[in-house]
Design a binder for this molecule. Structure first.
Ligand SMILES: NC(=O)c1ccc[n+]([C@@H]2O[C@H](COP(=O)([O-])OP(=O)(O)OC[C@H]3O[C@@H](n4cnc5c(N)ncnc54)[C@H](OP(=O)(O)O)[C@@H]3O)[C@@H](O)[C@H]2O)c1
Length: 348
């Protein structure tokens, strides 16, 4: 027996597949919208309707064709990605039509699942879109990357690049919550105004209109830099090294300035600074903290409810606009977390 929600069962599932490996900045034509019949469910399966899709910088490295920490997406294969959706049909006693879940079923409007690796969401606790942002992977990246890798101490100075994005905007606020001075680097004056005004960063500058990053960092960090949360790499990160304090800690989270590079971008020989400052730089992948996500989600939720942590979502409407939203993240169109809204939840 199969249980269905009031939503009519769809016959067609639209998916985006990778059409070409991008050279430099991806283009919309690198993705093709395809249509597939929605299959009948087998015993134990459920059908989910996608409500929100996450578009993230890491997807750029997954479409290069080179294996990094995960397998690449092949040409003709459906794009991967985090998703939030609603059960529309169930042949699994553990799932009921109308329930909401976070999962990883990629760029498609419907997904058949056996119910594995799904996180049940309660819309009464938080908007379900937050499961892809502040209460999801980017939020956990900020929380564990800053607190576990940088280990900031009260009174210290924390610098974060990519400061107005999904991860960076949270890193600076968490730094403030634990008693640090927060300094942000981002790419538009509007983003800088948001960091300084609404989010309470202590200092920030626009790297696109600043000539000398080292001078700008010295001005913004009169006591030097104790922690650097690196989202971008490249010339911005090069400029951090001369301003590091003794025993500084660097969390290497992302290198977005390099993701579209067509040839290696050689920069500063930085190890001399780590040596003379007895400093530490450590790369991390958020998944290494997976067992502790409940702790991170509980703490971030508490800070949100206490009014200490703010988040912003930039929501692009329409499943067909997913490639455009993804390219927008790489180009800096987003303030806060970039999401695609594919559908409204229906009453169960
Ligand atoms: N290690 C992990 O497990 C993990 C997990 C999640 C994310 N990450 C990494 O963390 C970083 C931030 O991810 P996110 O999801 O929060 O993305 P995001 O910051 O919301 O979006 C990316 C931002 O990067 C900035 N950017 C683009 N090109 C740049 C360049 N050449 N130089 C400097 N900044 C540039 C843009 O803002 P501007 O307007 O400021 O340029 C853009 O808005 C990414 O590098 C990502 O790969 C790592």
């Amino acid at each position: 027996m199969s249980a269905t929600s009031p939503t009519q069962r769809p016959s067609v599932n639209r998916q985006f597949v990778l059409a070409a490996r991008p050279v430099g900045m991806p283009r919309e034509s690198d993705f093709t919208l395809t249509e597939w019949p929605v299959p009948s469910l087998g015993d134990g399966q459920i059908l989910l309707r996608t409500l929100f899709l996450s578009v993230d910088p890491y997807m750029r490295s997954r479409i290069t064709g080179i294996r990094t920490y995960a397998d690449p997406v092949d040409i003709g294969q459906r794009m991967i990605g985090g998703t939030v959706g609603q059960v529309v049909e169930s042949r699994n006693v553990k799932f009921r039509p109308g329930e909401l879940y976070e999962g990883y079923w990629g760029w498609q409007e419907y997904a058949v699942s056996g119910g594995e690796k799904l996180r049940k969401l309660d819309p009464a606790l938080a908007p379900v879109s937050t499961a892809l942002g502040v209460l999801g992977m980017p939020g956990m990246t900020a929380y564990f990357g800053l607190l576990d890798i940088c280990k900031p101490q009260p009174g210290e100075t924390v610098v974060v690049s990519g400061a107005a994005g999904a991860v960076g905007s949270l890193v600076g606020q968490i730094a403030r919550i634990v008693g640090c001075r927060a300094v942000g680097i981002a790419g538009t004056d509007q983003k800088i105004a948001w960091l300084l005004g609404e989010l309470g960063f202590d200092a920030a500058f626009n790297y696109k209109t600043t000539g000398n990053y080292v001078e700008a960092l010295k001005n913004a960090c009169p006591d030097g830099i104790d922690c650097y949360f690196d989202n971008v790499g490249g010339a911005i990160t090069d400029a951090v090294f001369p301003v590091l304090n003794t025993k500084a800690r660097i969390a290497v989270c992302g290198q977005i300035s390099q993701y579209n590079a067509q040839k290696p971008d050689l920069g500063l020989r930085c190890f001399i600074y780590l040596l003379t400052k007895q400093a530490r730089a450590e790369g991390f992948l958020v998944y290494q903290f997976a067992e502790r996500y409940p702790e991170g989600i509980a703490q971030m939720s508490k800070w949100i409810n206490e009014g200490k942590l703010k988040y912003r979502e930039q929501i692009v409407a329409g499943f067909e606009n997913t490639p455009r939203a993804f390219i927008g993240v790489l180009q800096g169109d987003n303030t806060g977390k970039m999401l695609v809204k594919a559908a409204d939840a229906s009453a169960a």
